[in-house]
Design a protein around this ligand. Structure first.
Ligand code: MG
Ligand code: MG
Ligand code: MG
Length: 304
C-alpha cells in the first residue's frame, strides 16, 4: 500500500492534496491511503468538517513503507524514518531539494498549491472529482494562495478553483476563504508557544538553522499586542533547539503585509536580506505574504 502524506505541521494543502491524491491513485487501480504527520490545525479541521471528510490517521514512522510525498520534498519536513522508506513519487510546488537513488514520479509545478496540481491530474486521468474532494482541494488553494492574494497565485489556480467551487457547491469562494482564515487566526486562546509553532518549517542556510513560522490573520493587532511574550517564547525555542534564528511572520491578509518578528544570534544578515532594520524585534514588510517566495529566497541569497 502507498502511504500518501504531506509535510509535518500539516496545513490544509498538505492534508487535502494527500486525501485527494490517495483517492485518485485508488481510482487508477493502486492501493493507497492518505495520512497526516501531525495534529491538524483549526482551519483544516473546519474544512474536513464542512465537506464531511474524515481526518486521515497519523503516520508515526515511514520506515520500510511505500510512500508518496505531497506538498514537500525536503526530508527535514517529512516523516520520521523517511530515509528508510521507499519513495514512489512526489507532487509539490516548492523549491526542489531532493535527490534519490532511482527513477520515480516527480511532479513539480510552480502553482499556488499542490492541490491545484492534483486537481489537474484528475483532469488528465479523466477521473471525476467527488463533491467533498472538490471542496477540500478548493479550500487548500484558498489557504495556500491566501484567497488569491499571495504572489504565488497563478491563473491556473483561479481557473481550477472556479471549477472546483461549482462541483463542491461553494457559491461565494471569497466568503468561504475568509471563514477559513478566521478559524485559523482565532489565536486569542493560544499560548505564545502555540503561536510560534503554529505553522513552521525549519531551513538551513549555509549550515545555519532557521525556524520560520507563519501566522495568517484577518487583523494583526491581536497578535502584535502580545509581541513581547511571543519574542520571549521565540528566544526560548531558539535556545532549546540550538537554532541560529527564529522568525515569525505575522501576515495580515487584509493589510496585505507581514510583520516579521525576529530572534537571532546575529541580526545583520537578516536585516541585509530585507534591507530593513529590526526595530523592537520586528520588521514590517508590506506586500509580503509568502514564506517560500518572499522570505526564504532573500535569506538564501544572503547566506550563499
Ligand atoms: Mg503546505
Ligand atoms: Mg502547499
Ligand atoms: Mg501556508
Amino acid at each position: 500500500m502507498i502511504h500518501v502524506f504531506g509535510h509535518k505541521v500539516p496545513d490544509t494543502d498538505a492534508t487535502c492534496s494527500a486525501i485527494a491524491y490517495a483517492y485518485l491513485l485508488r481510482q487508477t487501480g493502486k492501493d493507497a491511503k492518505a495520512f497526516r504527520l501531525g495534529e491538524l490545525n483549526k482551519e483544516t479541521k473546519l474544512v474536513l468538517e464542512r465537506f464531511g471528510i474524515e481526518e486521515p490517521p497519523l503516520l508515526e514512522n515511514a520506515a520500510g513503507k511505500d510512500v508518496w510525498l505531497m506538498d514537500h520534498n525536503e526530508f527535514e519536513q517529512s516523516a520520521d524514518g523517511i530515509e528508510e522508506a521507499n519513495i514512489v513519487g512526489v507532487i509539490d510546488h516548492h523549491k526542489i531539494k531532493f535527490s534519490y537513488g532511482k527513477p520515480i514520479t516527480y511532479i513539480a509545478l510552480p502553482w499556488g498549491s499542490s492541490s491545484t496540481i492534483v486537481a489537474k491530474l484528475f483532469e488528465i486521468y479523466g477521473v471525476e472529482i467527488p463533491k467533498e474532494i472538490a471542496g477540500c482541494l478548493l479550500s487548500a488553494i484558498l489557504s495556500d494562495t491566501v484567497i488569491f492574494k499571495s504572489p504565488t497565485t497563478t491563473d491556473v489556480d483561479k481557473e481550477i478553483a472556479e471549477k472546483l467551487a461549482k462541483i463542491a457547491g461553494v457559491e461565494d469562494i471569497k466568503a468561504w476563504g475568509i471563514e477559513m482564515f478566521k478559524a485559523k487566526s482565532s489565536i486569542a486562546e493560544k499560548s505564545a508557544r502555540e503561536i510560534v509553532l503554529n505553522d513552521y518549517k525549519v531551513y538551513e542556510f549555509d549550515g545555519k538553522k532557521f525556524l520560520i513560522n507563519q501566522v495568517e490573520v484577518i487583523d494583526d493587532s491581536e497578535v502584535l499586542q502580545r509581541k513581547e511574550e511571543i519574542l520571549e517564547e521565540m528566544k526560548r525555542i531558539k535556545e532549546e533547539q540550538g537554532l541560529f534564528a527564529v522568525l515569525t511572520m505575522v501576515t495580515d491578509i487584509m493589510k496585505e503585509g507581514t510583520t516579521l518578528l525576529v530572534v537571532a544570534d546575529d541580526y545583520e544578515p537578516i536585516e541585509k536580506a530585507f534591507s530593513k532594520k529590526v526595530e523592537g524585534g520586528a520588521i514590517w514588510l508590506p506586500g509580503v505574504m509568502s514564506r517560500k517566495k518572499q522570505i526564504v529566497p532573500p535569506l538564501e541569497k544572503v547566506f550563499q
